[in-house]
Design a protein around this ligand. Structure first.
Ligand code: ZN
Length: 180
């Protein structure tokens, strides 16, 4: 129990560091540019970088896909960073990715062949009309969080699809705003 260091990796090779809480299983701090190692354990160090949460979000195509991992096992997931707010918009937790997969369908749009997340028959989260037959993506979970016994689609980190030209980025941002 406690905190581990998380590393946020940008496409240009830049790394930022933050604290990952094992209590809430999520990144819980601002980003830092440096870290130090004490008693064999890495810790972000120095002044945290400022964030500007009240600023309007950068246009969708200026958002930056990042990969977040945390010690000790380098478990990693994909997320999106806003260069105007100077913060990770989310997901800040790998569990969030699995919740999205358990609560959303993925379906092709009827007009353009974009893939949309959907929680309503016939509509993507962004409002685009989607085909009734969803793509293999959603994994049903039982009340206890256990996997259902029948074969299910593989666990998919949908934010890894941010850079796929056929993935609707608007749907990805909208799912972050939905309460789980
Ligand atoms: Zn969409």
């Amino acid at each position: 129990m406690g905190t581990w260091m998380a590393t946020i990796r940008f496409p240009d090779g830049t790394e930022r560091y933050a604290r990952y809480s094992t209590v809430v299983a999520a990144v819980v701090s601002n980003l830092y540019t440096t870290f130090h190692v004490e008693h064999h354990r890495a810790e972000p160090t120095g002044e945290p970088l400022p964030t500007f949460p009240a600023r309007p979000r950068a246009p969708i195509d200026e958002l930056i896909p990042v990969v977040i991992s945390h010690a000790p096992d380098d478990n990693h997931w994909y997320a999106v960073y806003c260069p105007r707010r100077c913060m990770v918009l989310g997901p800040t937790s790998p569990h969030r990715c699995w919740r999205i997969q358990a609560t959303s369908d993925l379906a092709h749009g009827t007009v353009h062949r974009l893939r949309h997340l959907s929680r309503l028959r016939g509509r993507g989260l962004c409002g685009a009309p989607v085909l009734d037959a969803p793509l293999p993506y959603r994994r049903y979970e039982s009340w206890w969080g256990e996997e259902e016994p029948e074969p299910q689609p593989a666990r998919t980190d949908i934010f890894a699809e941010w850079t796929s030209p056929d993935m609707c980025r608007e749907c990805l941002l909208l799912v972050l705003d939905q309460a789980e």
